[in-house]
Design a protein around this ligand. Structure first.
Ligand code: AMP
Length: 277
């Protein structure tokens, strides 16, 4: 496995399958990398870069877990041939104000990420666009764990036309602990007590029934989260493609939660098939 930070070395892995990460790798990331390797469609390239522009000044950029040696060991076993670990200067040669693509509409849907982390998805588009320019992949894999992010990246690629050729964005299902908690680098921040409370998220999803109204489902999710001491940012059901507000379960929808336990922010989502009757 080749580990490098000089973008000149990217010439060896153009046109491959790309898995961007911020490191602190867990089995969720590794599932994406394994999936990339199993596609058997050229070299697999993983990037490890904690992107400053997607963190607000009061967020955990400085504390974000970083352990490159352990990450490299894990990536090696998951089947990646290349690991790109660029510096901030390589990604942002013009500084952090470097140009970013316009934010697709699905990023600014009211009441979701943009409402609670203004600038976050703009920072994600900025860094992902820069990586796509440098890496020039044929495919890139993103987790459904960050569902709105996945839709935003897909919309950005569409919006940018042929900037990245026929680049295909592949979504990968969320990998969970045996008790259903979605794997996240931020789970490491949870105390034992909060780790227990975090199960409130899967319990909230469990309470959803398409026999109830959307409004009742949203209220039920909030109630369950509050019972588990969460401070809820959003607990909503939205159109699965556009993230627009819905009032019925007639089309495929997605339940989306962002909630805090103390200073730890957790997000998760659940696919809800359209109600048949
Ligand atoms: P991050 O390092 O948090 O930026 O995540 C890198 C990629 O891994 C993103 O595409 C995430 O959506 C994805 N990811 C993070 N956690 C999970 C998970 N539990 N299951 C599947 N994919 C994940």
């Amino acid at each position: 496995m080749h580990v490098f930070s000089d973008p000149k070395e990217l010439t060896d892995c153009q046109g491959g399958v790309f898995v961007p990460t911020m490191g602190a790798l867990h089995d969720g990331h590794l599932a994406l990398i394994r999936h990339a390797a199993n596609l058997n469609q050229g070299p697999v390239i993983v990037s490890i870069f904690v992107n400053p522009t997607q963190f607000a000044p009061d967020e955990d950029f400085a504390q974000y877990p970083r352990d490159l040696d352990s990450d490299l060991e894990k990536v090696k076993h998951a089947g990646s041939q290349f690991v790109f670990t660029p510096s901030v200067e390589t990604i942002y040669p013009l500084g952090e104000q470097s140009p970013a693509p316009p934010l697709p509409g699905v990023a600014t849907n009211p009441g979701l990420e943009d409402a609670y982390r203004p600038g976050h998805l703009q920072g994600v588009c900025q860094v992902v666009a820069r990586f796509f320019d440098l890496v020039n992949p044929a495919k890139a894999i993103f987790g459904e764990k960050d569902y709105q992010q996945l839709l935003v990246i897909k919309a950005m690629v569409k919006q940018e036309g042929d900037r990245w050729g026929d680049l295909e964005i592949i979504g990968h299902e969320t990998i969970r602990e045996s008790d259903s908690l979605a794997l996240s680098s931020r789970n490491a921040y949870l105390s034992d007590e909060d780790r227990n409370r975090a199960l409130g998220i899967s319990k909230a999803f469990h309470g959803i029934s398409t026999q109830l109204s959307v409004d009742e489902c949203e209220q039920s999710m909030r109630r369950i989260l509050e019972d588990h001491h969460f401070e809820t940012e959003y607990a909503v059901v939205r159109d699965a493609q556009t993230l627009n507000i819905v009032t019925t379960f007639d089309k495929p929808t997605r339940a989306l939660i962002a909630a805090r336990l103390g200073s730890t922010r957790l997000i998760d989502n659940l696919a809800i098939p359209a109600r048949l009757t």
